[in-house]
Design a protein around this ligand. Structure first.
Ligand SMILES: [Zn+2]
Ligand SMILES: [Zn+2]
Length: 367
C-alpha cells in the first residue's frame, strides 16, 4: 500500500472547487481514491457525501474521521466563482492521506471515512445524519485549518470550541393607514425599531461569550405617505453554550412578541436556519488528541484550546447522538488574510502534521 501525498491531493482538489451539495467532481475524486485504497465505498449519501469503511479483525469501536468538501460562492468582476476560501480542500486532503496510511493498520473495530457535503450552508451534517451514517458511530474526529490570527504555522490546537449560532427572523404585522392619520394605524417600522432597542437590554450569564444583534431590517417604503403595516427584523445570535443559547432565544422571542403587543402589532418569531449547536467535545478524547499532537509535532507546538464564535455543523453529530464522543482539532498553516476571504492562502507544508495526528489518534483506538 502506498501512502498518498497530502500536497498532491490538495493540488488536485484545489483545482475543482464546488459549492455545497454540488461537490460532484470532488466527491467522485475522493470516492475513487478510497476505492483504489481498498475501502468499501458508498457514494451519494445525503446528496454528494462519501463514506469509506474498513474493518479490523477484532471487535472494537466505530470511529469516524470527517472532512467537509464544499467551497464558497463568490461574485468577482460580475462572475460567479466557487473558491476554496475555507480550506475544506485541505481537510479532505488530510483525511484521505490519513486513510491511505490507515487502511492496513486497523486491527479492531471499524474505521469510517466521511467526506461531508455543504458545511458552509450548515445543511450537510444534517443530511449525513438523515442518511444514517452516524447511527453506529462511537467516536468522531473533525479538524479545520486555522487562520494565522488563531494559530501560527506549525502549531496545532487539540480543540476548537465553536459557538452555537443562529439567525432569528421576526415578521411584524401592523395596520396601514394614511400618513396624515397615524393614530388610525399601527406602524410596523416603529415597532421594529422598538424591538431592536428592547433587545439591547437582554442579558444572559456574563461569564460566557454571547451576542444578539440586529443585522437586517426591511419594511415600509411602498409609499412614504402610508403608515407601513409590515416589517421584518433579523438578528444574528451566538452563544458559547447551548444552554445560554436557549435562554437568549427565549428572551428575544418574548421581547419581540411583547413589544409588538404593546404597540398593537403582532410579531412572528422564526429560526429559519435552525440552531447550530455549540461544540460539546469529549474531554478524554481531546486529551488524547493533545497527546498525539505532542508526539507528532513536539510539545512546543501543542497550542491552547481555541474558542471560536463561528459555527460548525460537525457538532450536530454529538447533539443528535449524545453517546457519541467527539474531538475537533485545529491545524496551524498560516492561513491569510483570513478564512472566507477570496484570496485566502496558506502554507501546505503544515498539512502533514494534521495527517499524522489523524493517523495516531485512530491507531490509539483501532490499532
Ligand atoms: Zn467556512
Ligand atoms: Zn470551514
Amino acid at each position: 500500500m502506498t501512502a498518498l501525498n497530502v500536497k498532491d491531493i490538495f493540488n488536485d482538489l484545489h483545482q475543482i472547487p464546488e459549492v455545497g451539495f454540488q461537490e460532484f467532481k470532488t466527491s467522485a475524486y475522493l470516492a475513487d481514491k478510497l476505492e483504489a485504497l481498498g475501502y468499501e465505498v458508498t457514494r451519494n449519501l445525503g446528496g454528494t457525501g462519501v463514506v469509506g469503511i474498513v474493518k479490523g479483525a477484532e471487535p472494537g469501536p466505530v470511529m469516524l474521521l470527517r472532512a467537509d468538501m464544499d467551497a464558497l460562492p463568490f461574485v468577482i468582476d460580475g462572475e460567479h466563482k466557487a473558491i476554496h476560501a475555507c480550506g475544506h480542500d485541505a481537510h479532505c486532503s488530510m483525511v484521505l492521506a490519513a486513510a491511505s496510511l490507515l487502511k492496513d493498520k486497523v486491527k479492531r473495530g471499524t474505521l469510517k471515512i466521511l467526506f461531508q457535503p455543504a458545511e458552509e450552508t450548515l445543511g450537510g451534517a444534517l443530511a449525513i445524519i438523515d442518511a444514517g451514517v452516524l447511527e453506529d458511530v462511537d467516536l468522531a474526529v473533525g479538524l479545520h485549518i486555522r487562520p494565522v490570527q488563531d494559530l501560527p504555522f506549525g502549531k496545532l490546537s487539540p480543540a476548537v470550541h465553536h459557538s452555537s449560532s443562529t439567525f432569528a427572523n421576526i415578521k411584524i404585522t401592523g395596520r396601514s393607514c394614511h400618513g396624515s392619520r397615524p393614530h388610525l394605524g399601527v406602524n410596523a417600522v416603529e415597532t421594529a425599531a422598538a424591538i431592536i432597542n428592547a433587545a439591547a437590554a437582554i442579558k444572559v450569564n456574563p461569564t460566557v461569550a454571547w451576542s444578539c444583534k440586529a443585522t437586517a431590517v426591511k419594511g415600509g417604503g411602498s409609499a412614504y405617505n402610508i403608515i407601513p403595516d409590515s416589517a421584518e427584523v433579523t438578528f444574528d445570535v451566538r452563544s458559547e453554550t447551548n444552554e445560554d443559547m436557549t435562554e437568549l432565544l427565549d428572551k428575544l422571542r418574548r421581547v419581540a412578541e411583547n413589544v409588538a403587543e404593546a404597540y398593537g402589532a403582532k410579531a412572528e418569531f422564526n429560526l429559519p436556519g435552525g440552531v447550530i449547536p455549540a461544540a460539546v467535545l469529549d474531554p478524554a478524547l481531546t486529551a488524547e488528541v493533545a497527546e498525539c499532537i505532542k508526539e507528532v509535532a513536539g510539545e512546543e507546538n501543542l497550542a491552547e484550546e481555541l474558542k471560536n464564535p463561528g459555527g460548525e455543523d460537525f457538532h450536530y453529530f454529538a447533539r443528535t447522538y449524545p453517546n457519541l464522543k467527539s474531538a475537533y482539532f485545529g491545524v496551524g498553516v498560516a492561513a491569510e488574510p483570513g478564512l472566507h476571504d477570496p484570496n485566502m492562502h496558506f502554507n501546505p507544508d503544515g498539512l502533514q502534521a494534521g495527517v499524522d495526528v489523524l493517523e495516531k489518534i485512530t491507531l490509539k483506538k483501532l490499532g
